[in-house]
Structure formats: C-alpha cells, structure tokens
Design a protein around this ligand. Structure first.
Ligand code: SMG
Ligand code: MG
Length: 368
C-alpha cells in the first residue's frame, strides 16, 4: 500500500452531561480524527488524547503537531506500507502513543477495507457481542450518584465503575452497595489520585467486594502498586501505567496488578493492544477494554478488541448515548447489556457525512 495523504479533522462533541474525574470535569470532547488515504482504500482512526494533559502527558494539539511534523511524513515516504510496518517506522520518535495509535488504526482500517477483512476477525475475536459496563463520574451528592447508577442499571449495563478521589471513595461505594446490593458488579477508578500513604484508607474499600480498584497511584509508581497490592484484598488493575506489552509484563512480574485495563490509544494501537492481551493471557491475568469517550469510530474498533477471548471482564464500552446525543456514526445502542461487534470490513462503521460536518471545527490535509 502507498499512503497518498492524511486528513486531520478536529471535531467538538458536546457531552450529554458533565463527566467529572479526579483530574477534572469534561463538558465536551475535542477529538482528532484521521482519514488515511491510500492507493487501495481509505481508513479511519480516532485519537484518544484529550484537550489537556491531565489523564496522561498527551493532548490533542500535541498529537496534531507530532502527526503533522513527524509521523505522517515518515509513513508517506514508505514504499510498501501495511499496518505492521507502522510502529517500526515510527519507533524513531519517542512516546506520542496516542498519536501513533490513531495513525496506525487509520492505516490498518484502510488495509482491511481493501481486502474486505473485519478488524474483529483480524485481531482474533471470538464473540459477536460484548457485555458492557459504564463509568460513572464523581457526583455532587450521594443522592445524585444513586440516581445516576440506578439509571444505568435500568438501561441494562452489567457493571458499574465509580470514579473516586480522596473525599469521594468509601461513602459512595457504601451507598451504592446499600441501595443496589452485593450482586452488582462494581469497581472503582482513582486515576492516580492517591499515594501509598493512603493504603490503610483504601483498605476500607475491601469489605465491599469490588471487582477491582483501577490505577490508585501515580502512573510511574509500579513498585508502589506492588506494595499496595500486599495490603489490599481488592484486586489492583492498572490503566495509565500500562503503556506497552513490556510494561504489562513488568507490572505483572512485580506483582503491581492482577487485572489490566487495555486502551489501544494509550499503548500505541490495536496491534500492541493485542500483544498486551496475549501477555496477560499467558499469565492468567484478566483484561478488559477501557474507554476514552470515543465517538462511534473509536468505539467500533474497541468493540472488536473487546471480543477477544482474554477480555473476560465487561469493559467501558458503553453505548454512544452514554456521552453523545448524536454520534458521527450510526449510534451503538445497548441490547440486553451488550453491544454488537461490527462485522463489516475494517472497523466496520462509516462516519455519517452530515453529522461529521456539523461537529467539525477544522480540517487539515497532509500530503507527502
Ligand atoms: O469511554 O466510557 C468511557 C470513559 C471511561 O472512565 C473512563 N475513562 O481512566 O478509564 C479512565 C477514564 C479516562 C477518561 S476520563 C475523562
Ligand atoms: Mg482508568
């Protein structure tokens, strides 16, 4: 394949409600979409970087910059491009995994569309639909939280994840358990808001039978997580710390986690995400698919990944309506707590031109 150009398209999608985490409140999603044009087909990729470098060091403007100045020019000069050649070609540039992931996904989508192959089958999917969880932001009050959790359970979500931070942890978990019972699959996500000094406080979550606690400590504090794991009976799951299959193998080897959240954008793409799945499976470590408030484009690809055999826990692969009143693709709608895995070529969905145009804030066409 030969890359003939890449369109960078910035869109702004209003959220149906503000989404608050330990690092900030989102009211809209500023997304960078990539359309890779090759001599054989076109493909789409969605960059999961957020507006500000708070979830991780990456942010949308930086992703657009590194793509424009470094990543796209190198791929455009590649004589025989395929998705497996992308990461080696871009390895000369450090970091920027979210930008690299978006570009690799767009190339992979084009390659798969050219030969009529669905992404799910390419990755090794074994399911046609996947059970879905939902991530519930920090609320203004316990009452508001219970209304929100109750609404999501009524919609059919099979697992609830509560965002936590110091001052919003034990009480919200207790309240949800008291109202909805011990059978609800429940987990929490701190987005690195605690330190090892909080170990005894976090152990107060143990009696509530949580599936896991996600990323309690700093992303670089792998040893701290290993020490915390010795204190908690709640299993530790890492998100921000797992930037590659090597990082996953190290974290597992050090005893820092017993569950892994896989986000293709965070680790450089779907091919590395599959390697993480494989490493975890080899160690008997369950994985689940994380979310970054994706539009239908990123969501479609995540559903393909979530259909792999090692994804034994429900992911943050919620319906489009969890975040967006209108999506840029046909919306993903929950059916009995599940979403369908797209079966068409590539990522299996196409942006709707009018919907896409309505939310576009800028476009830029990059040619060799
Ligand atoms: O897509 O449903 C989603 C978001 C799920 O909580 C979610 N993501 O740390 O796992 C995480 C967060 C990162 C984004 S928070 C703005
Ligand atoms: Mg997380």
């Amino acid at each position: 394949m030969k890359l003939t150009g890449v369109e960078l398209r910035r869109i702004r999608m209003p959220l149906v409600a503000p989404f608050r985490t330990s690092f900030g409140t989102e009211t809209s999603r500023d997304v960078l979409l990539l359309r890779a044009v090759t001599d054989e087909a076109e493909g789409w990729g969605e960059c999961v970087a957020m507006s500000d470098p708070r979830y991780s060091s990456e942010y949308v403007d930086a992703a657009a910059d590194v793509l424009t100045r470094f990543l796209v020019p190198v791929l455009a000069a590649h004589p025989r491009l395929d998705a497996h050649a992308v990461a080696p070609a871009l390895a000369q540039f450090r970091g920027h995994r979210m930008a690299k992931a978006a570009l690799e996904t767009a190339v992979l989508d084009a390659e798969l569309r050219a030969s009529g192959r669905p992404l799910a089958r390419e990755l090794g999917a074994v399911r046609e639909r996947v059970p879905c969880g939902v991530s519930v932001g920090i609320a203004n009050s316990i009452g508001e939280l219970l209304d929100s959790v109750g609404g999501h359970l009524d919609e059919g979500y099979v697992r609830i994840k509560l965002k936590i931070e110091p001052g919003w942890d034990v009480e919200p978990v207790r309240a949800v358990r008291e109202r909805f019972g011990d059978d609800v699959l429940l987990q929490v996500d701190a987005n690195a808001a605690y330190s090892l000094a909080d170990a005894r406080h976090l152990a107060r979550l143990d009696p509530f039978g949580l599936l896991l606690i996600e990323q309690p400590l700093d992303e670089e504090d792998v040893r701290g997580h290993a020490a915390l794991a010795k204190v908690l009976s709640t299993p530790i799951c890492l998100d921000e710390s797992i930037t590659s299959a090597r990082a996953a193998a190290d974290a597992i080897g050090l005893g820092a986690c017993s569950i892994v959240n896989v986000k293709p954008g965070r680790v450089g793409g779907y091919l590395e995400a599959r390697r993480i799945h494989d490493v975890c499976a080899a160690h008997g470590v369950p994985v689940w698919c994380g979310g970054m408030l994706e539009t239908g484009i990123g969501r479609a690809a995540n559903l393909a990944l979530a259909a792999l055999p090692g994804f034994t826990l429900p992911g943050d692969t919620s319906a489009s309506g969890r975040y967006y009143r209108t999506d840029v693709t046909a919306p993903f709608v929950l059916d009995d707590g599940h979403l369908p895995v797209p079966a068409g070529p590539g990522i299996g969905v196409d942006p709707l031109p009018d919907e896409l145009e309505a939310v576009t804030t800028s476009t830029r066409w990059l040619t060799p």
